[in-house]
Write a protein of this length. Structure first.
Length: 402
């Protein structure tokens, strides 16, 4: 369902007729699951584990570990917004279970058996649909909110990591055109009126392009231009069920991004090991600019494909320039050594404020650009087997003559 309202306020003065208009466009949004199907990023929220629970009176299942660890995730804005969880794990990793108070009733015996949904070499992960309560709604009507939890098997042992895997979706009419839209709660607190993103089907092809460098992706509270008109989000309810857009007071241009067919910004910087990294020196090479961090699970899932492609094609002219966005360079060195990563790395230890991240306008991970021998972006955000296929394709193209 969509709602549309139009307001015009006029007043008379001795100077004549003065008229100002204010347009508002509202949409009702429903909760959907699998946000990662439309966007390519998340902001990990760290849940610090402790030997004592943050909520009292918890009813626990039968646990195997003599020393379980407790954590809590704050979701929504009701009087009871803490969602407790307990990690039942052996010190040597022989067993591991995560119990989540999905229905937020302080009873973890009625929320499943605690098994992880996915177990990989580096991490375990689990999906949960959590009942979130809001002051705006009747307390007997919780909103189901999808969250993904994961735990690294060797690193960050004092943490469980969580991120939103749900989003709100609907349709909004701006002037005389309707658009499919999605809103994301990026700080995973169950409140859509904070840090978030807005995805709009600008070209109306029925597909929401939620890549952060897409012309359809916008930060929730920043003005955006569609059809030559600048809009801004005026308000959104905390549960995210109603979004209101109005005309903006300032003009912004349509979103400019680094697209296929463009040349990336030139750069010359110092690599992680002190070497000079100059993009101009990679003439006649096929180059992958790969932005990553040790905490980015989707990038880590793609790491085996990166390593295989690099080993297979490095002698034929394929190079990778990794741009790391961690803050702890010691941890980066350790990670590279433990995982046998041999390609060139740029890392400043400044995270998102890294010079190259700012130049390339990288605000989410993972992100990569594949350049051909002439230095033009031919593909972006390649993952899995697709990377090897496209690298092989570009290596078979003729070298560029001087």
């Amino acid at each position: 369902m969509r709602l549309e309202r139009f307001f015009v306020v006029c007043s008379l003065s001795f100077l004549g007729l003065a008229c100002s208009g204010r347009e508002e466009y509202s949409a009702e949004l429903s909760m959907q699951s699998d946000a990662m199907a439309i966007v390519n990023y998340y902001y990990p929220r760290q849940i610090v584990l402790s030997t004592q629970p943050r909520e009292t009176g918890l009813r626990l299942p039968k646990l195997r570990s003599p020393q379980p660890m407790f954590g809590a995730l704050k979701l929504g804005n009701s009087a009871d917004s803490l969602v407790s969880l307990v990690l039942d794990e052996a010190p040597d990793g022989r067993f591991s279970y995560l119990y989540i108070d999905r229905n937020n009733n302080e009873d973890l015996t009625d929320d499943g058996d605690g098994s992880w949904d996915e177990v990989k070499n580096q991490y375990r992960s689990k999906e949960a649909l959590i009942d979130v309560y809001y002051r705006e709604f009747d307390q007997k009507a919780p909103v189901p909110y999808p969250v993904t939890f994961y735990r690294y098997r060797k690193r960050h042992q004092g943490l469980i990591v969580a991120y939103r895997n749900g989003y709100r979706e609907g349709e909004i009419a701006l002037r005389d055109t309707s658009y499919r839209i999605a809103v994301l709660d990026d700080d995973t607190d169950g409140l859509f009126d904070g840090k978030g993103a807005l995805v709009i089907d600008v070209n109306r092809d029925g597909h929401l392009e939620g890549l952060t460098d897409s012309p359809e992706f916008f930060n929730l509270w920043e003005p955006f231009n569609i059809g030559g008109i600048t809009y801004r989000v005026k308000r959104i309810t905390p549960p995210g069920d109603v979004l209101t857009v109005t005309l903006a007071d300032t003009l912004v241009y349509p979103k400019a991004t680094l697209e296929v067919g463009m040349r990336p910004p030139r750069f010359r910087t110092v690599g992680l090991n002190g070497e000079v990294v100059d993009l101009d020196r990679y003439q006649n090479k096929v180059v992958l600019l790969d932005f990553w961090a040790t905490w980015c699970r989707p990038w880590e899932d793609n790491l085996p494909y990166l390593k295989r492609t690099f080993q297979r094609y490095r002698e034929l002219g394929f190079e990778i320039i990794g741009v790391n966005l961690d803050y702890d360079l010691t941890a980066v060195h350790t990670y590279l050594e433990e995982n046998g990563i041999e390609w060139t790395q740029v890392a400043s230890g400044r995270g998102w404020e890294s010079g190259l991240a700012e130049i390339f306008k990288v605000d989410a991970l993972p992100r990569n650009y594949l350049l051909d021998r002439s230095g033009v972006v031919r593909y972006k955000n390649l993952h899995g087997k697709q990377l090897s296929v496209k690298v092989r394709e570009l290596l078979h193209e003729p070298e560029v003559s001087d």
